[in-house]
Ligand binder design. Structure first.
Ligand code: ADP
Length: 545
């Protein structure tokens, strides 16, 4: 073999932040505070404050590899922590503020968090679990809603005396940079430990034109929380590209987000479907109220974006949805639904929408396959269902503490738990998470497909389909429905809507009408709750007969 003769240059986050400071010092990082006011910094200021934070953390005794946790909304201080801890050789650990305090406590203990940077507005939550985490040495209050209370260390006071530059250590690119826990839908939450290298490569992949395509011309609004899979890597990608960033803070209702997108001329926003369902409904009611002419795409993922939503945004408002798939374990970007030129040329609107509503095909350096229960690799025929497996440089190789080793196949591929088909072009289509598949008398019914169809009904705002226990068929689908404001729809109408589109076996046995579908900590439909509450209703009905 002949060796290449190129420099061995480590892929670290330090380079991304230094680049943003050097080439985009005036580009803004905007944050909205809980009171709605906007704070404007620049990448130069964010850099300076990152350095100050690194000095302050050094003064607090933070050692290489130690965990600096955050319990915070999306804002510039959180961004500073995102970079300061990893760049000084420590590890930032984003705590999910939507979990139960006991769960957050478990996660903080498991990660052995040493320092916690907590939003003032979240102190009451923090105090509910703080005492259960013996490793915490210091608590720093980020004053998002007024200065730290008496006796607490205030972030701004801590940074004030420090220098705004830092001799960043030379790091190994494989050093841990960040930890994020999965939400633990099966068993305890598991820690995914990203390296500098994986985060950098992921950021570059997010910047590719046929991926998210983050560029210096963008103003990016990460609606997705910074504790949910690194805000999908967007903070890193924005630093790499020199993009302008707008952080929404805690105001995540449709109206606040639309105001922010219009006033800050956002070009690229990203979040889970539940957020965008609300936004689409509000836009439909007030189609002229907001000027979104700058918005080039909304990146939607985390659960399936219904085709009717993708189409609704495009047809009624001229807005483009980019559908993407990923997981905490994949940093998260895995596949993205870009339409290949050959499909575009064919000009078949229906097929194009089908492709845009698929989970897409992998970005460079992510590889996909799907397998049956025995591990046999299945054909890419667009029909055969199996569990999606992935590998790549930003896919986890193990969890913290080596838990959950059964999630990796013998040859190292990561088993996603998603049931998919893959078509000959490589487009992945998720039919379900394996735990949500409805197994009815030997047939598998896709809850995602039914939800997509139900959400295409003009009166339906949200639909979640889940398994009800059934005395004869084991499981049968039940549909939870949220009706749009000011509209009405009956069970019979919904059944009629589905009838022509699915086989009889797929028709839901029951409908429940709700004010809102319960949400997970990351804003997805919480089907376990629906199963707990309504999963027995078919059995009861059968007994009653
Ligand atoms: P959580 O357990 O909180 O849902 P993740 O965000 O890591 O944590 O969830 C990853 C899972 O989300 C995937 O395995 C998949 O089931 C689902 N998912 C992500 N993106 C999509 C998408 N575009 N379409 C359908 N499901 C998706």
């Amino acid at each position: 073999m002949m060796n290449g003769r190129m420099m061995d240059f480590p892929l670290t986050l330090t380079h991304l932040m230094e680049r943003a400071r050097r080439f985009f010092p005036e580009t803004e990082v905007v944050s909205r505070a809980p009171d709605g006011s906007l704070h404007r910094h620049t990448w130069a200021q964010v850099y300076g404050r990152t350095a100050k934070l690194a000095h302050a953390l050094t003064r607090l005794g933070v050692e290489p590899g130690e965990r600096v946790a955050t319990l915070a909304w999306n804002h510039h201080r959180h961004l500073e922590a995102y970079f300061a801890a990893p760049m000084m050789g420590a590890v930032v650990h984003t705590l999910n503020l939507r979990l139960h305090p006991n769960e957050i406590g478990y996660i903080a203990r498991h990660a052995e968090d040493a320092i916690v940077l907590v939003d003032r507005s979240l102190l009451p939550l923090f105090e509910q679990f703080a005492a259960s985490v013996p490793t915490i040495r210091h608590v720093v209050v980020m004053p998002d809603s007024g200065p730290a209370p008496e006796g607490r260390t205030d972030y701004e006071a801590l940074l004030a005396p420090e220098r705004d530059d830092f001799e960043w250590p030379k790091l190994d690119e494989n050093a841990a940079a960040q930890i994020c826990y999965t939400s633990g839908t099966t068993g305890n939450p598991k820690g995914v430990v990203y390296s500098h290298r994986s985060s950098v490569l992921h950021a570059l992949a997010a910047c590719l034109a046929d991926s998210i395509g983050v560029s210096m011309h963008d103003t990016v609004l990460p609606v997705v929380p910074m504790f949910h899979a690194n805000a999908w890597g967007l903070p890193h990608a924005c630093a790499a590209a020199g993009a302008r960033v707008v952080f929404p803070g805690p105001k995540l209702d449709p109206e606040s987000l639309l105001d922010l997108m219009a006033s800050e001329r956002v070009t690229c926003a990203a979040g889970v479907p539940t957020i965008w369902l609300g936004i689409l409904a509000l836009l439909d009611q007030n189609p002229k109220k907001w000027d979104l002419s700058r918005l080039r795409q909304m990146v939607i993922g985390g659960s399936a974006a219904p085709a009717s939503m993708i189409d609704g945004f495009q047809e009624r408002h001229g807005l483009t949805v980019t559908h993407a798939w990923g997981m905490t374990e994949t940093n998260p970007l895995g596949t993205i639904a870009r339409v290949k030129p050959s499909i575009e040329r064919a000009g078949d609107k229906g097929k194009t929408l089908q492709v845009r509503a698929s989970q897409g095909f992998p970005v460079p350096f992510v590889e996909t396959r799907h397998c049956d229960d025995t591990g046999k690799i299945l054909p890419w025929d667009g029909k055969t269902m199996g569990e999606l497996e992935v590998r790549g440089p930003w896919v986890a190789a193990s969890y913290m503490g080596d838990e959950g080793q059964d999630r990796w196949a013998k040859d190292g591929w990561f088993k996603t738990g998603d049931v998919v088909t893959i078509d000959p072009e490589g487009y992945v289509r998720i039919t379900d998470r394996s735990k949500d598949v409805i197994k009815s008398g030997g047939e598998w019914i896709s809850s995602v497909a039914l939800e997509n169809l139900l959400m295409a009904h003009p009166a339906v705002l949200e639909a979640a389909v889940f398994a009800g226990r059934h005395p004869r068929w084991d499981e049968r689908p039940i549909a939870a429905i949220v009706v749009k404001k000011g509209m009405a729809v009956t069970e019979a109408e919904l059944a009629a809507h589905l009838e022509s589109r699915v086989s009889k076996i797929w028709m839901p046995d029951a409908y429940v009408f709700l004010e809102q579908i319960p949400r997970t900590s990351t804003g997805k439909f919480l089907k376990t709750r629906l199963r707990e509450t309504y999963g027995g209703m078919l059995e009861k009905a059968a007994e009653g007969r």
